[in-house]
Design a protein around this ligand. Structure first.
Ligand code: ZN
Length: 686
């Protein structure tokens, strides 16, 4: 623990943090926003007509003079938006439908018109053509703890389906569709030194950040459409003229998404805190985490699946994924607090693999119904991953624009761990023709020494390339490495404590590191500085091994009986004792090929079967380890237990005295690489 961290911890223990960090799982968020929305979908024009009442409470000690909104749909308005410029413009056709959202009116509760104070802002890149962030000046500031309510009318054009938003084949995925407030961050939140709005533009590789509160949304759609939405259905009315209105609501959430279309088949299943979890599993979890049985018990959840008719045979795969997430994330991090989880089987390629509060889009293709692809657990994994976001993006609510790894990284790590729990704890990601790969095996293949130009901790839109490597893959490998270093129990408690302490509270990276240091009882900044804040990859290699007979001593030696001269022939042995076997000295040279370091184990295996594990702190650029033994060295292996999941090159980790067995290893990794490419082609995760 650094002095600074220690000071923060001590201040915390002494003062208000104790109350704020009281043990146990927070039941609810301190509501900052209250949204009431009425919206009607016109399927012909693909437009939304909406009215919105927003109440915002000032959570800071500042006088706040404006409100900042996200108008995400304007990312799809034209070729000049930051989103389109960064992504490279898709050639539009005459038929292309572009997306946009217009704020038609904006008033205070008392009727005061605010439209004259509206302006588009570009806090990230100054691109004046970008209209994804809107600022509104208020006639009077909102006092600390005070509240302001506004009413606005908007019209939105849904684009052709892209990044999980828009229309495809008559089905509508309605996400990031309404004017939504950013987060007003008070001093101290995520290390801020002054309070202010955090409201970033929409970029191709950034996700979302908004405040917790209540949502109550009335949705009017054609009566022949099926609807899936965030939260719980409160009521439904038909007008008898072909239109139906649904009211959905939920608390302790920070966004609202819905989907509607005529073709969905709606299937409902129940996750049961009693039937889906064995009593022994509750006991093991309570013991692992050092929590009471009551604290780890799960509640029932209604799982709602909106399936494409031609994917109905894959419902069990989605269901398996949803159950794995609700169970294992629930046990490890804390029970799912909402009544529903809606899983949407997306209509098109641009609709899959996304998370919204209590509603996710999964993803599959018909290919996965046929051998051997039915043995690739991709639909299950996407469902686990997107449902799993509920615990990080959803409940913890970190800033996905600025610290994407805190969501995607923690979630990728959790996805892999949850997938392993499938099939009685032997869950594979790929399992056919004798090839068995866990999720971790697949992830590990993505690591390469050439990933060295960015860090995991940087704004999501600022990557040269490889946003998904740095936000998903590297943090997953980092957390796995940390787990191997600290032990399963300590790691499980770090993750649980972080979730409990920060559920509904918008933490930052330093909050995660503080929890890790505290629970591990040691300063881990050497680790996070290198692998989270630093760009260097990690790679050690066995550069050479040798084993030779220790030569007989020659020369003049002074002993207890005076000076003797030895000429290299065997020294006389006492006749009564058994003859000493000739000794061999074996040497292993290890080189650090990277600027980053990590402690390494090296396993010596001798020809007589004897094994010896040696440890090196890994800090120098190279070292030579040696050992004398009665037989020759047969093999030397770096990190034999594969603790260093971050190792960017595993092919240089072992050497034998005999001819190398690397060709076989290369052939195997070739297969794995092809498989990974295939998975990449099928769909991208978010
Ligand atoms: Zn994700």
């Amino acid at each position: 623990m650094t002095i600074k961290n220690r000071a923060i911890l001590l201040t915390c223990l002494a003062a208000s943090c104790v109350a704020a960090f009281a043990a146990g799982l927070p039941e609810r968020a301190e509501a900052v926003v209250d949204y009431r929305i009425q919206v009607r979908l016109d399927p012909k024009t693909k437009q939304l007509h909406g009215q919105e009442w927003i109440s915002w409470r000032n959570p800071s000690q500042d006088q706040v003079e404006d409100l900042w909104f996200h108008l995400y749909l304007n990312a799809f308005k034209n070729s000049e938006s930051t989103f389109q410029k960064h992504r490279g413009l898709r050639p539009g056709t005459k038929e292309s439908v572009y997306g946009w959202v217009d704020v038609l009116s904006l008033r205070l509760e008392n009727g005061t018109d605010l439209t004259a104070g509206m302006s588009f802002e570009q806090p990230d890149d100054g691109n004046k053509s970008d209209q994804t962030v809107m600022r509104v000046k208020l006639p009077q500031p909102v006092l600390p703890g005070g509240q302001v309510s506004v009413r606005l009318a908007f019209r939105a054009q849904l684009p052709d389906l892209r990044v999980r938003t828009g229309q495809s084949k008559g089905t509508f995925m309605v996400a990031q569709w309404f004017p939504k407030l950013g987060v007003y961050e008070p001093v101290g939140m995520r290390g801020r030194t002054t309070g202010g709005w955090n409201c970033h533009q929409f970029h191709p590789s950034s996700e979302f950040y908004a405040d917790f509160g209540q949502y109550s949304v009335e949705i009017t759609i054609p009566s022949n459409f099926r609807l899936g939405a965030t939260g719980q259905l409160q009521w439904k009315k038909d007008d008898g003229k072909g239109q139906s209105t649904y009211l959905y609501g939920e608390n302790n959430i920070h966004d609202f998404a819905w989907t509607a279309g005529p073709d969905y088949v709606v299937m409902k299943k129940k996750f049961s805190g009693q039937a889906d979890v064995l009593e022994g599993e509750y006991k093991q979890t309570a013991s692992l985490l050092d929590r009471s049985l009551d604290e780890v018990r799960l509640s029932d959840v209604e799982m709602i699946f909106l399936m494409q008719p031609h994917h109905l045979d894959q419902l069990p795969r989605y269901e398996k994924g949803a159950r794995l997430a609700l169970k294992w994330y629930g046990l490890w991090y804390g029970r799912y607090p909402y009544r529903t989880l809606t899983v949407v089987d997306p209509v098109g390629a641009g609709g899959g693999g996304m998370e919204y509060p209590t509603l996710i889009t999964a993803g599959t293709t018909e290919l996965f119904s046929y051998a051997p692809f039915d043995r690739i657990m991709f639909p299950e994994m996407v469902t686990v991953h997107e449902a799993g976001h509920q615990w990080w993006y959803g409940m913890v609510g970190n800033n996905e624009f600025e610290e994407a790894w805190l969501d995607e990284g923690l979630n990728s790590y959790s996805t892999g761990r949850a997938m392993e729990q499938g099939d009685g704890g032997r869950g594979m990601m790929v399992d056919f023709l004798g090839l068995q790969l866990t999720e971790l095996d697949v992830i590990r293949l993505q690591n390469r020494p050439s990933w060295r130009y960015d860090t995991s901790l940087q704004p999501a839109w600022s990557y040269q390339s490889g946003y998904s490597f740095y936000s998903y893959t590297k943090p997953e490998l980092m957390l796995r490495t940390l787990e191997n270093h600290l032990g399963k129990r300590t790691m499980a408690r770090i993750m649980r404590t972080y979730h409990e302490r920060w559920r509904f509270r918008h933490p930052g990276t330093s909050d995660f590191i503080a929890v890790a240091n505290e629970v591990a009882g040691k300063d881990l900044s050497w680790f996070f500085d290198q692998f989270l804040k630093g760009s260097a990859p990690l790679d050690y290699e066995i550069a050479g091994i040798s084993s030779f007979q220790v030569p007989a001593r020659v020369g003049v030696f002074d002993g207890p009986k005076g000076r003797v001269k030895l000429n290299g022939t065997a020294e006389k042995q006492p006749k009564t004792k058994p003859r000493v076997e000739p000794k061999y000295r074996s040497e292993v040279t290890i080189r650090r090929n990277s600027d980053a370091w990590f402690p390494v184990d090296v396993l010596f295996t001798f020809e007589d079967g004897h094994k010896l594990l040696k440890h090196w702190d890994g800090k120098a650029r190279w070292t030579r380890l040696s050992e004398e033994h009665t037989s020759r060295l047969a093999k030397a292996e770096l990190d034999p237990e594969h603790k260093i999941e971050l190792d960017a090159n595993w092919s240089n980790n072992s050497r034998t005295m005999e001819a190398d067995s690397r060709p076989a290893a290369k052939w195997f990794s070739h297969i794995l690489f092809s498989l990974q490419t295939l998975l990449g082609l099928i769909g991208l995760l978010a």
